[in-house]
Design a protein around this ligand. Structure first.
Ligand code: HMG
Ligand code: NDP
Length: 426
């Protein structure tokens, strides 16, 4: 076995962290797992989280021959990540940078902000930064959350369509009882509506909640389970699965593009022609044409839900930076970019993200580096009023996406995409 830290260390430091692990105990635990006396995921029951992580690193190093000193050099007590991961061995570090400060004229965030982006793609921050500098010269970007609501859609089995319709009618008549059941599990969540869908002998009930500052998937799953118990007690329908995929979580889906999920948010800007020329080295006409031929027609021909160039880039980078659930980049990139030449010859440019599932409380937002990144935006924790911090985060991500779209479409217009990645991205 290759030890990856001080083998003489035996005390667990109160502050925690990899150096505070008890490496003697870690070696004992690793040997017990190797001998089949203990399972990998049981180590936390027998040691503090940093020691358990050290034991798992020893096992993985032994089995793979890998040397895990970088993975083991994390900068916070493993205890802080306990709600976020099982079988922890350390962390992966992704470089974090900032762009801006960019001027955001939002409904919830009306100020200048640096935007934190974590990525391994060279040229991405330079590009989004250029977009921010263009937005600032244009007087700032406007941003608004136009709809909010997190969904969970359980599927019920019924005998036939007549029973399915009876269930739909029962749901319509008993909205108050469903709301009371669902909201009994949460202090913040509010049931907004339940939309039924009947397919043969399947009934899907799409519950939508205002989850305030939480992304809300745990919250709405727990609340919907309570409502489902009422449905089963009061009707002949039988719950097959608490998630019936009409929610739709972590899969590309038209329903999210049309109905929205999480926050639907739009950012837009009018860029004066001279700024397009000086900073983007192209014209409003060229950007509008590229947007039509690439983002609209090209995407339509490809059957894509993403009528944009690379909204996934700023969304993923800001998700990683601020502790969002990275699998939900699938829905986060569900965006339409528009571009047109105004009557004055300037460029109107917008990006509308239909289903941005984000929060400033819960999930990964509590981790030390992620909550510092939320501090950069001034949106850590619960907002006043509740929900305003998550609205502000949505607006910041939308403006980052707007900046990225502007810069990339311009780079395509000026034929600078490949040269930019030759000089910055390799
Ligand atoms: C690279 C640039 C920005 C050069 O663009 P430029 O206009 O030659 O740069 P510049 O040196 O004149 O500077 C202009 C501004 O860019 C920023 N800037 C410039 N350099 C830096 C830097 N080092 N670090 C930070 N910021 C930088 C900075 O904001 C600066 O303004 P200022 O603040 O000085 O007033 C431009 O060519 C560009 O944006 N290219 C596009 C690159 C891009 O968007 N890549 C994204 C990834 S592509 C991808 O992943 C998806 C794709 C393409 O496959 C999707 C699809 O199919 O479409
Ligand atoms: N369960 C599932 O099916 C899925 C879970 N996930 C995971 O779910 C997690 C996110 O779930 P989520 O429910 O957001 O987070 P948490 O489960 O961490 O719960 C957050 C809780 O914070 C409390 N809270 C405190 N202040 C506020 C506020 N201002 N606004 C809203 N809530 C507040 C709420 O408690 P209270 O309810 O008591 O008011 C809320 O339930 C992520 O880790 C994600 O990876 C992702 C996809 C699916």
């Amino acid at each position: 076995m290759t030890a990856d830290a001080d083998p003489d260390a035996t005390e667990t430091d109160e502050a925690g962290g990899p150096a505070a692990a008890d490496f003697e105990r870690a070696a004992e635990l690793a040997a017990e797992v190797s001998d089949g006396d203990r399972r990998l995921h049981e180590l936390d029951d027998n040691a503090d989280p940093d020691t358990a992580a050290a034991a798992r690193r020893l096992l993985v190093e032994d089995q793979s021959g890998a040397e895990l000193s970088s993975i083991g050099s994390y900068g916070f007590p493993a205890e802080a990540a306990e709600p976020n991961i099982e079988n922890m061995i350390g962390t992966v570090q992704v470089p974090l940078g900032v762009v801006g400060p960019v001027d955001i004229n939002g409904g919830a965030l009306d100020d200048e902000r640096y935007l934190p982006l974590a990525t391994t793609e060279g040229a991405l921050l330079a590009s989004v930064n250029r977009g921010c500098s263009v937005i600032n010269r244009a007087g700032g970007a406007t941003a608004r959350v136009t709809k909010a609501g997190m969904t969970r859609a359980p599927v019920f089995r019924v005998d036939d369509v007549a029973e399915g319709l009876a269930l739909v009618e029962w749901v319509r008549e008993h909205g108050d009882e469903l709301r009371e059941a669902a909201e009994s599990t949460t202090n913040h969540g509010e049931l907004q509506d339940v939309t039924p869908y009947v397919v043969g002998n399947n009934v899907y009930l799409r519950f939508r909640y205002d989850t305030k500052d939480a992304m809300g998937m745990n919250m709405v799953t727990i609340a919907t389970k309570e409502a489902c118990e009422l449905v089963e007690a009061e009707t002949s329908a039988s719950l097959v699965a608490l998630s019936g995929n009409l929610c739709t979580d972590k899969k590309p889906a038209a329903i999210n593009a049309v109905e929205g999920r999480g926050r639907s948010v739009t950012a837009d800007v009018v860029v004066p022609r001279e700024v397009v020329d000086a900073k983007l080295h192209t014209t409003p006409e060229a950007i509008a044409e590229i947007n039509t031929r690439k983002n609209l027609i090209g995407s339509a021909k490809a059957g894509s839900f993403g009528f944009n160039a690379h909204v996934a880039n700023p969304v993923a980078a800001m998700f990683l930076a601020t502790g969002q659930d990275e699998a939900q980049v699938v829905e986060g990139a569900n965006a339409i970019t528009t571009a047109e030449v105004t009557d004055d010859g300037d460029l109107y440019f917008s990006v509308s993200l239909a289903s941005l599932e984000i929060g400033t409380v819960g999930g990964g937002t509590k981790l030390p580096t992620q909550s510092e990144a939320l501090d950069i935006l001034g949106v850590r924790g619960g907002g006043d009023p509740a929900g305003s911090n998550a609205d502000a985060l949505a607006e910041a991500i939308a403006v980052g996406s707007l900046a990225g779209e502007l810069s990339l479409l311009a780079a395509l217009g000026s034929r600078h995409l490949s040269s930019a990645h030759e000089s910055l991205g390799r």
